[in-house]
Design a protein around this ligand. Structure first.
Ligand SMILES: Cc1ncc(COP(=O)(O)O)c(C=O)c1O
Length: 342
């Protein structure tokens, strides 16, 4: 079997694992108050050019989203997010379970624009409704698309004008930043949003996300929210060790090398599939691609490959599937899949 099911189906990148093994016998403080978390936080602060940023290491994407939103909103405030977003579609209502409604907007490409958000603001008017206060976006989006700099600037400006917080889910931020179509730097992101995270789980760590809180209002008693929402790891140094290994070297770090590898192979696959005459559900330029294939072909592929069914399409004889490349995907995997698709 060859695996295109996700970018977290293998363990850690060998360099990350090596760092874990090399530090294994050391004793450190717990709960993220260790030297490795400090080192990783310093690297992130210099990478984003914000010495005063607040950095928190969390075990996964769902906890990062739930905890950030819980820490940001008052009980009656709600979230605006794309209909395709992870918090709306794939987190079992974890955000809503903390009491915050998610107002989901239909989008073709997984992205939000100011005019879409304005339509929501026009509808929500008094204390008989929840109050929109946080805009959730992801980069890459769940459809593999990315925000251009002008789009993120427009969203940021709009959110500031309307008194909304802007939070960016970066589960696949590495892939977004190394996409050939990307024109945003991580420093730009840090200047434009109130909080965002750098995903490790889908970018070579065993687990873990590095949350960066830029707005001090959100950071107020943040560690209390982490603990109360079950997100505080006693052996927190496991996160620090991994993120230090992933990020040391800053812009030349392993994070970006892994992400570029994932994107390059996904691009090769996308071009090959396109040359075979197949269409795609979205214009992804990152490490998840969504070709639309005949159902018979999909059944045949399943004999050799693992991948996800994504969504139905207008033509009932076809279905959109998702292929994802990870740190361990090889050229050979791509060639085998393209061969089988012929
Ligand atoms: C954009 C995005 N956010 C958050 C998550 C959730 O991460 P986890 O499964 O680590 O909770 C995922 C997982 O696929 C994701 O794609």
């Amino acid at each position: 079997m060859r695996y295109f099911i996700s970018d977290y189906s293998q363990g850690a990148h060998p360099d990350v694992l090596k760092a874990l093994v090399e530090t294994n016998f050391e004793h450190t403080d717990g709960y993220g108050l260790d030297v490795y978390c400090d080192n990783a936080a310093s690297i992130i602060k210099s990478l984003i050019g914000k010495p005063d940023a607040n950095i928190h290491f969390l075990v996964g994407g769902t906890p990062a989203n739930v905890i950030t939103i819980a820490a940001t909103l008052k009980p009656y405030e709600c979230v605006i997010a794309p209909h395709t977003s992870h918090i709306y579609m794939h987190e079992t209502g974890a955000v809503e379970a903390t009491g915050h409604k998610i107002y989901a907007l239909d989008t073709e490409d997984g992205k939000l624009r100011p005019d879409m958000i304005q339509c929501v603001l026009d509808e929500f008017e008094d204390e008989h409704m929840t109050l929109p206060k946080l805009v959730y976006i992801s980069n890459t989006t769940e459809l593999g698309t990315i925000y251009k700099k002008s789009e993120l600037e427009a969203l940021s400006k709009f959110c500031k004008e309307k008194g909304l917080y802007l939070y960016l889910d970066g589960a696949r931020l590495g892939s977004a930043l190394t996409s050939p179509e990307n024109d945003i730097s991580i420093k730009d992101i840090a200047n434009l949003v109130d909080a965002f995270y750098i995903g490790g789980t889908k970018n070579g760590t065993l687990f873990g996300e590095a949350l960066i809180v830029l707005n001090d209002e959100i950071n107020d008693h943040f560690r209390f929210y982490i603990k109360q929402n079950l997100g505080m790891l006693a052996k927190g140094r496991l996160l620090g060790v991994q993120f230090e290994a992933l990020l040391k070297g800053g812009e030349n770090s392993l994070l970006f090398k892994i992400a570029a590898h994932e994107n390059n192979l996904a691009e090769k696959l996308r071009n090959g599939i396109s040359d075979l005459g197949y269409e795609f559900l979205s214009e992804s330029c990152t490490n998840q691609i969504f070709p639309i294939l005949p159902k018979e072909k999909i059944a045949k592929l399943r004999e050799e490959f693992l991948f996800e069914d994504w969504s139905s399409v207008d033509d009932p004889s076809k279905f959109a599937v998702r292929f994802v490349t990870g740190w361990g995907t090889t050229d050979d995997d791509i060639n085998a899949l393209l061969e089988a698709l012929k």
